[in-house]
Ligand binder design. Structure first.
Ligand SMILES: [Zn+2]
Ligand SMILES: [Zn+2]
Length: 306
């Protein structure tokens, strides 16, 4: 089973403060690393984590507020100074191409590798082979995308007992059926994969909210997800202010996670005013028990449901 891990490189909103870095969430799936947002100093956070920034192939930017993209020029240049050769794909809302072009013309710099900007809009997805990343529009004060990473369906479980009953001999035919191919028995009878496989099993699903107030598109995206990483900028006392700036409170994140039947909620994007964000976890847990304040630099394993 391919390992799927989340590493929170930066979990604070607005500006880097002494307690935490600004948004950057790395997802490691097998050898691939996907980065959601790239706040200032992301390459340094990578160096403190178990992951390498050189393994990042795709970066998805949620929106163009500085705390979510100002790490790009530094990360791009650091990759270049380390002689990166493989291309880097950067996705973001409309304006991504212009922004990247501007970032690449800061100071004296020529990258050692190709950097490709892609503009992605609500409902579009990037097919990464064994998984997809879909963008959805959320509710912030400027155009902002959230992203869903969802693995492809896996074949259903192989029913060995049934296969033997149908006369399939143990051996290579088992493998073919498990790989989705029909087999022909000696007596001429054809056995189809559906005859011996259970229902297809859903892949794992991780949802990254971007900066957002609670909204129906996020609720839809988060339905049944394994992990929801959601804006929890403030606590109950600052509910009005959070709404005014297009953010969520920890309790609102918990309410959305509960309604979406998410398995786990990571609270994220804390205002620098919270030296200790545990108060946000307390408020969220009153609504949804599986709420956790994200912690920088540790790896979280997303396990298969069965
Ligand atoms: Zn932000
Ligand atoms: Zn923002």
């Amino acid at each position: 089973m391919t390992q799927l891990q989340i590493c929170f490189l930066g979990i604070g909103g607005s500006w880097p403060c002494k307690e935490r870095s600004v948004p950057a969430v790395a997802i490691k799936r097998g050898p691939e690393i996907i980065l959601f947002d790239c706040g200032e100093g992301t390459q340094r956070q990578f160096q403190k984590s178990p992951l390498s920034y050189m393994d990042v192939d795709r970066i998805f930017i949620s929106h163009f507020h500085g705390d979510h993209f100002l790490g790009l020029p530094g990360l791009i240049q650091t990759m270049s100074l380390n002689d990166r050769k493989k291309p880097l794909q950067i996705y973001g809302p409309e304006g991504m191409k212009k922004l990247l072009n501007q970032l690449l013309h800061l100071g004296y710099f020529t990258p050692t590798y190709e950097i490709v900007a892609h503009e992605i809009s609500d409902g579009e997805f990037v097919d990464c082979g064994e998984y997809k990343i879909r963008a959805f529009a959320v509710k912030h004060c400027i155009p902002t995308l959230g992203y869903v990473l969802v693995e492809n369906e896996r074949p259903g479980r192989f029913n060995k007992k049934k296969a033997l009953e149908l006369g399939v001999p143990e051996g290579p035919m088992f493998g073919k059926l498990q790989a989705g191919q029909s087999v022909k028995l000696k007596d001429g009878k054809t056995i189809k994969p559906d005859d011996v496989l259970g229902k297809p099993r859903e892949g794992r699903k991780i949802v990254y909210s971007g900066d957002t107030a609670p909204c129906p598109s996020l609720l839809e995206a988060a339905r049944g997800c394994d992990v929801l990483i959601m804006d929890a900028t403030a606590g109950d006392a600052l509910k009005e202010k959070a709404a005014q700036y297009g953010h969520s409170t920890a309790r609102q994140a918990a309410e959305l996670a509960k309604e979406a039947k998410a398995k786990l909620l990571f609270l994220f994007h804390f205002s620098p005013r919270y030296e200790d964000a545990s108060v946000l976890e307390i408020e969220a847990k009153e609504v949804f028990e599986n709420s956790i304040v994200s912690t920088e630099l540790c790896l979280y394993d997303v396990k298969m449901a069965d």
